[in-house]
Write a protein that binds this ligand. Structure first.
Ligand code: GYE
Length: 312
């Protein structure tokens, strides 16, 4: 009976909750899906979700959080565009007794007591999975790799770089020859890939591209095709997110591998928040989401079809 009562009070509590979500922007298909899924997960729980789009700017995120505090929201969800510079505003939230939950990116470990929990994947591991796949795929063949990094200063960009480097470490035949940010966007991914191709003899000396997200890879695939190269064949691809369009490219033989990241960060965050508000249950500091590798042998066409309609 007490379990039922607990569940009922959790529901009653959830009904009244208002959460302010400081979202980064809409740089990628994954990000757009996360926003859509957050809305539906909040609705399912009768939580009022206010979303502020920061258009990639930390100063806009700080303003949004201050405004959420002024409005007296019950909690703040924050997808931190970069990992540093949050101390003052998160202290303000703490003083106002408004719990903060991080979604999909981390802040520097020094800020650990300034948030309730973080719902993220292990982004070092994601990079490692990508690196391991490449090592397995090229065998002992010499392979020059170019890397498209995510947003400079974002935890996921730092970690995905590190994890990949761990994955290829000790493989003398695999060399990371160029690495630059493409800011997680298709347009930038394409632009940077064009410059890599130019710098690498028209792309002839590139064996593989590693991109910190699928959107940059979709842009890079376009750049390779325009340069007369065959992505997925002449040049291997491995990226992260598992958005529908990368499966489309895989089905066409133009992409090789991706590491999946769920866009449903808000669901686990809301469950943790409701339990915290209703019963005082303190969640673990890190709620980890899964990372799974997909390659062309996983029936990309079927995955593409099943992913459509999931918020992308
Ligand atoms: O992989 C990328 C997005 O922070 C995990 O940000 C997120 C990343 C995601 O723009 O596509």
């Amino acid at each position: 009976a007490s379990a039922i009562a607990g569940a009922m009070s959790a529901n009653a509590q959830a009904k009244d909750l208002t959460v302010g979500f400081s979202q980064i922007g809409s740089e990628s298909g994954w990000r757009a899906a996360e926003t859509t899924v957050s809305k539906s997960e909040a609705k399912r729980r009768n939580v009022t979700l206010k979303i502020a789009d920061a258009q990639q700017k930390q100063e806009n995120q700080i303003k949004a959080i201050r405004s959420f505090i002024a409005q007296g929201v019950d909690a703040v969800f924050l997808a931190p565009v970069v990992s540093t510079g949050w101390d003052s505003v998160l202290k303000e939230a703490k003083e106002a007794k408004i719990p903060v939950v991080l979604l999909d990116r981390d802040i520097d470990p020094a800020g650990k007591d300034l948030y309730l929990t973080a719902v993220t994947s292990d982004s070092v591991h994601e990079g490692k999975v990508a690196g391991d796949w490449l090592v397995k795929t090229v065998g002992s063949k010499p392979c020059n790799v170019v890397e498209l990094q995510g947003t400079v200063g974002a935890s996921v960009a730092t970690n995905r770089k590190k994890g990949f480097e761990n994955g290829i470490a000790g493989q003398a035949n695999i060399k990371l020859v160029r690495s630059q940010t493409g800011d997680f966007t298709r347009a930038k991914g394409k632009e940077v890939m064009e410059s890599f191709i130019k710098a690498e003899g028209g792309g002839k000396s590139i064996c593989a591209v590693y991109a910190h997200n699928d959107d940059m890879m979709v842009g890079a695939i376009q750049a390779m095709k325009e340069a007369g190269l065959k992505p997925g064949k002449d040049i291997l691809t491995v990226s992260i997110d598992a958005v529908p369009d990368i499966f489309k490219a895989m089905a066409a033989g133009e992409a090789n591998a991706t590491v999946e990241l769920t866009p449903n960060m808000a669901g686990p965050a809301l469950d943790a928040l409701v339990a915290y508000k209703a019963k005082g249950t303190v969640p673990p500091k890190w709620i980890q989401t899964e990372s799974k590798l997909y390659t062309a042998s996983d029936n990309p066409k079927a995955i593409y079809d099943s992913k459509k309609g999931l918020g992308y």
